[in-house]
Ligand binder design. Structure first.
Ligand code: NAI
Ligand code: COI
Ligand code: MG
Length: 366
């Protein structure tokens, strides 16, 4: 078994190093091979997703990905920007189903910006369609407007589109996931304005006929954004398109305490997957050793469960994360009074120690 390790840029290298440490302590029969991606690959090879990196990703049983991007690349032509690497991997590998579980760990109830009673025990799953929508739709570009409010003016345009099979397959994923949970799917759309999302709603409703045991509700995205912070525990599985899912999952991250707590799995039809934290490369904190590595470590656990058939090892990682949080270890993004601020590396070390069965020093509240 081979894992392709693609750390990327910014905090990507720092957090992936901790996840790799955690995977190594499990002593499982797989090899890891690292390659550059994003801005790091652009610097080394002139392209954010070089052929060699793509070939490694295609040949591996699973991919552990950090994050890509930096403000300094924002003036590059779009095909050369670091973000094209992750978009390219999703497209080339057909990674259409993105699972973003938002769990509020008991110890982090007070780390959320919401009232503790709103988030205590939260366990929702956002399923984001990942290879369609306005992020991939063609045509797109710049041109001179021939109509609209300002004919003759320079304008930019993108294309929002979804085909029936694209919607059907993600809807099946969502209903099947809900069957293993609390049997409720909220399909988020903007059917009141966008034809693409009226179609989305119609197709999800048709697919629902195969799952009479699962409750389906439809919600407009603006309301969903509001309900997520009003009463998040009313959701079970949320299924939505690429752009709405991108935005809502960052919002949901704050229900868990921090974007540094939200892992993700992106799967294709063969259940091969790419595993990455839901956040980006965080250039504002890169190099400071303060990034929270837990989303990446928890993504590695998802990788063991979904792609590498190692559910016990995944459980061990998740239990270790609970143990270090219970012991009071906190990176700065989840720190609160009475807990211990630790660095990215110290958090990784604590998870490794917990897996190895070593006693973790409990930090007592002052
Ligand atoms: N999958 C990917 O590779 C993604 C890449 N990006 C790229 O990342 C770059 C930065 O984008 P932003 O909009 O700033 O989003 P971001 O997710 O990188 O950061 C947003 C905020 O969250 C904080 N943050 C993120 N991860 C954290 C962690 N593990 N621990 C503690 N704090 C954390 C950051 O410090 C920042 O204040 C851009 O180039 C963007 O395009 C953004 C999202 C996903
Ligand atoms: C390049 C972006 C589409 C990445 C992102 O924001 C995400 O996947 O959440
Ligand atoms: Mg995002």
């Amino acid at each position: 078994m081979k894992i392709a390790v693609l750390p990327g840029d910014g905090i990507g290298t720092e957090i992936v190093a901790e996840a790799v440490k955690v995977l190594k302590v499990l002593d499982l029969p797989f090899e890891m091979e690292e390659a550059k991606v994003g801005g790091a690959a652009y610097e080394a090879h002139g392209h954010p997703l070089p052929e060699s990196t793509l070939a490694l990703a295609k040949s591996a049983d699973a991919i552990l990905f950090g994050a890509v991007g930096d403000w300094k690349y924002d003036t590059l032509d779009r095909p050369l920007r670091p973000e094209q690497a992750i978009l390219g991997l999703r497209k080339h590998l057909g990674l259409f189903a993105n699972f973003r579980p938002a769990l509020c760990y008991e110890q982090l109830t007070h780390a959320s910006s919401l009232k503790p009673e709103l988030v205590a025990g939260l366990d929702i799953l956002i399923i984001r369609e990942l290879t369609g929508d306005i992020y991939f739709g063609q045509p797109r570009g710049r041109r001179t407007a021939v109509d609209g409010h300002f004919p003759g003016a320079e304008e930019a345009f993108d294309t929002m589109r979804y085909s029936r099979p694209e919607i059907e397959r993600i809807a099946h994923v969502a209903f099947q996931a809900a069957r293993k949970r609390n049997k409720k799917v909220t399909s988020v759309d903007k059917a009141n304005v966008l034809e693409t999302f009226q179609f989305w709603k119609d197709v999800v409703t048709e697919v629902h006929k195969d799952y009479p045991d699962v409750e389906l509700e439809h919600m407009y995205v603006d309301n969903a954004a509001m309900q997520l912070v009003r009463a998040p525990k009313k959701f079970d599985v949320v299924v939505t398109g690429n752009m709405f899912g991108d935005i809502l999952s960052d919002e949901a991250a704050m229900l868990t305490g921090s974007i540094g707590m939200l892992p993700s799995a992106s799967l294709n039809a063969e259940n091969r997957g790419l595993y990455e934290p839901s956040h980006g490369s965080a250039p504002d904190i890169a190099g400071k050793g303060i990034a929270n590595p837990l989303a990446t470590i928890l993504s590695a656990a998802m990788m063991l469960r979904f792609s590498l058939q190692q559910p016990e090892a995944a459980d061990r990682i998740e239990s270790a994360v609970r143990a270090v949080l219970a012991a009071g270890y906190r990176t700065v993004d989840i720190w609160s009074e009475g807990t211990q601020k630790v660095s990215t590396r110290e958090m990784g070390d604590a998870v490794v120690a917990a897996i190895a069965g070593k006693t973790i020093t409990t930090i007592t509240k002052s």
